[in-house]
Write a new protein. Structure first.
Lengths: 98, 640
């Protein structure tokens, strides 16, 4: 089932996508497509390397259910409201291998 | 160079640092938070360092002198840890201003040491490009190199240096690996003879018409290319950190551990500190007695013993408590747990309009509001920061304790409520703490819906790997704290007790000092009596309240003087009896409520003014808290 979904995704044009980081299950690595936040709120993310094209993996969730993500070997804690503003797409099987 | 110290906490006559302009090169140390920057700074400077404040703002400035082999030395500035230069937080603003040479009285640095955590090199290098654009000689320090290797990571640092065009060295600040190489770089720095060209440091390169997102993407791609060329193999995730996080951020154990840590910090402040505080008190009392016995009876002895020793001594007693708090905060921060605690606290804080980063300042507020307000500078959203420091004085600081202790002992009978350990007195004390929290939460809630209204900000917290704290580093910080605290006690409290003492001595009668009712202080008290009368206080309590505006605990000493009690520590029973005569239970509870709410601390007001760069917030805070205190006391008198 997973593969089918990934296939659909990879064949779709690289648009903003309707998947949000908040919906991604733990340990599933995704690629950031677009940050749907005003510049002043996006900047701290950008400074820490959370940029379109980067790989994000939600590794844990905090006791209150907010996501903790791994980006470039750093752990970042976000609010789920922020995670819901990060548009992501699943990696194709090929990209996943690389 | 005097200006450098103008608003500082440090004695300007100290000869250790920055003796004159240009006599040693100035090197700034910068890096992201938790990259081990301060540990390296401590390695290089040891005890030859100071904490001062930057002029105009209360962001602390750590300066030190590094002695190098061959009798050479350079001056080092340890800048706050930052991720970028958008100047969102005070820390970022300061870092930017220092690097651009725009800090009044501090010349632009001659060289930079940029420290990054090798295990997280990709995100850490985002800081490199804007720093290198400054074209100041820079050493890139790959810290925690041994950890990178231990966890199976790889990086060709030579290629990395070539690619970035910067001198590079591997270190492990804690074990001392590579410190010699850093010293070698420092020895090569020469002071710039000419004034540095205008420098501009921003996240987005100057003169490039790129939208912010593209500028970052370009920088990110550059970093990736460089890191790939250096053959970077990322280290395995730290297994120990993951296992610890499985507990610290667990749905059930996480909040329980959080609670246990908070309780332990409290327990340490209120029970473990007591023997130490008793020791300090004994030392002050016996030294006072010794001086009293040595000096002849004169106005000078009265001033020294009744004024200075009693006043300043009553504050120095709190030093052990404050040091224990800072020891805990240091361990929690350096171990990496504080970041997890902030994550756990965030949801709770968010509901009342604050954010997770406010947890540390609010916790510090239980010892003293002043370091707490300084700690709030890590709150990166300006509105959140103002809201945090606005409510911080509601946290029951240790200066309220002597007042609570006196009034509770005098008016609340010791009856057990639950078992032998939890009595009525403890319940009242707990209630006062609770009332403070309710006031803080309510005020934050109100502020974020009115004056500081904003769309919900974001919260972003980097969780560094867990590390064993360096006790050398924490020890040095405790020494800093002691100096700052003692200096404060030696200036502000000293001045207040001096003025008070003088006011009790005039107008002189033929027999010497006037009776307290006729003294200038007594007359002032009678002027304000109508204002406090509805609360059930006479002029004596009024004067006590007036003097407590300088610092809360002063009221204990003032009441002691006013009631003719010479030594409040020995005769506190007499003071209690005097209070029982003059106050009803209702007005005593009212007085307790007054102390929960009122901002009776001029140091806090002064720090607020500096931290908010104006009088608006401190005046509003003072008025608001005083109104709340008056109304609260008024209601309490009528209920009880």
């Amino acid at each position: 089932m997973e593969i089918t979904e990934q296939n659909i995704r990879s064949s779709a044009p690289l648009d903003s996508g309707d998947l949000r980081l908040g919906e991604i299950p733990l340990q599933q690595t995704v690629e950031l497509v677009h940050i749907d936040l005003p510049a002043d709120q996006a900047e701290p993310l950008l400074e820490r390397g959370v940029l379109p094209g980067c790989r994000i993996c939600p590794v844990r969730s905090s006791p209150s259910g907010d996501p903790i993500i791994s980006v470039d070997g750093s752990l970042l804690a976000l609010r789920r409201e922020t995670a819901d503003c990060l548009c992501v797409r699943l990696l194709t099987a090929l990209q996943d291998v690389s | 160079m005097d200006e450098f110290y103008r608003e500082g906490e440090v004695n300007p006559s100290s000869s250790i640092l920055l003796e004159g302009p240009g006599d040693a090169p100035l090197v700034a140390m910068i890096g992201p938070p938790n990259s081990g920057k301060t540990t390296l700074f401590n390695r290089l400077t040891g005890l030859r360092q100071k904490v001062a404040n930057y002029p105009g703002v209360t962001v602390e400035k750590h300066v030190g002198r590094a002695h190098l082999p061959g009798d050479e030395f350079v001056d080092l500035v340890d800048l706050p840890g930052v991720h970028g230069f958008s100047a969102r937080s005070l820390d970022e603003q300061i870092t930017r201003d220092v690097l651009e040479g725009k800090i009044e009285g501090l010349r632009a640095p001659d060289a930079l040491v940029l420290i990054v955590d090798s295990t997280r090199i990709e995100s850490q290098l985002m800081l490199v490009e804007p720093v290198l654009e400054l074209e100041i000689p820079t050493l890139l320090v790959l810290n925690m190199w041994d950890e990178l290797e231990e966890r199976g990571g790889y990086l060709d640092d030579k290629v990395l240096g070539e690619q970035l065009g910067v001198e590079i060295t591997r270190t492990n600040a804690r074990s001392g690996l590579g410190v010699q190489e850093v010293q070698g770089f420092l020895a090569s720095v020469s002071p710039q003879q000419v004034t540095a060209p205008e420098r501009n440091l921003t996240n987005v390169p100057q003169g490039v018409a790129l939208p912010m997102m593209d500028a970052f993407t370009a920088r990110r791609q550059h970093v990736r290319r460089v890191v790939e060329a250096a053959g970077f193999g990322p280290p395995r995730p730290s297994g120990a950190s993951e296992r610890l996080d499985a507990i610290a951020l667990h749905k059930l154990w996480g909040p329980l551990l959080f609670l246990a840590v908070v309780i332990m910090v409290f327990q340490s402040i209120f029970t473990w500190a007591v023997p130490l505080m008793d020791g300090v008190e004994l030392l002050i009392a016996s030294s006072g007695e010794w001086i009293a016995a040595t000096l002849a009876d004169s106005w000078f002895r009265s001033l020294l013993i009744d004024g200075v020793w009693a006043g300043v001594g009553s504050v120095i007693v709190f030093l052990p408590q404050i040091l224990i708090l800072f020891l805990f905060l240091g361990v929690l921060e350096d171990s990496g747990y504080m970041a997890r605690a902030a994550v756990i606290a965030d949801r709770m804080m968010y509901r009342v309009g604050l954010q997770g980063r406010a947890f540390l300042p609010l916790l510090s507020g239980y010892a003293c509001a002043i370091p707490a307000i300084l700690a709030a500078r890590t709150v990166d959203d300006e509105r959140d920061r103002i809201a945090t420091i606005f409510v911080t004085p509601f946290m029951t600081c240790s200066a309220r304790l002597p007042v609570y202790a006196l009034l509770i002992a005098a008016f609340i009978p010791q009856r057990p409520i639950v078992g032998p350990f939890f009595g009525q007195q403890a319940a009242v004390l707990l209630g006062l703490y609770g009332l403070g929290i309710v006031a803080a939460v309510g005020t934050a809630f109100l502020l974020k819906r009115t004056l500081l209204k904003a769309s919900p900000g974001s919260f972003l917290m980097e969780l560094p790997p867990y590390r064993i704290p360096s006790f050398r580093s924490i020890g040095l910080r405790l020494i800093d704290r002691s100096k700052i605290f003692l200096r404060r006690a030696g200036t502000i409290i000293f001045a207040v007790t001096l003025v008070l003492w003088v006011l009790t001595q005039f107008p002189r009668t033929e027999a010497g000092p006037p009776p307290i009712d006729d003294s200038a202080l007594g007359q002032m008290g009678q002027v304000i009596e109508p204002v406090i009368e509805p609360l059930g206080y006479d002029w004596r309590i009024g004067v006590g309240l007036l003097t407590s505006l300088a610092a809360r605990e002063v009221i204990v000493g003032s009441l002691g003087t006013i009631y003719g009690v010479e030594d409040d520590s020995e005769d506190s029973i007499v003071l209690q009896e005097a209070l029982q005569r003059d106050l009803t239970v209702g007005s005593a509870i009212g007085l307790l409520v007054f102390f929960v709410f009122a901002l009776q601390c001029m140091s806090t007001v002064a720090v607020m003014r500096r931290e908010t760069a104006g009088w608006k917030w401190p005046l509003l805070q003072f008025t608001y808290m005083l109104t709340l205190a008056y109304v609260g006391a008024f209601i309490a008198v009528r209920i009880f």
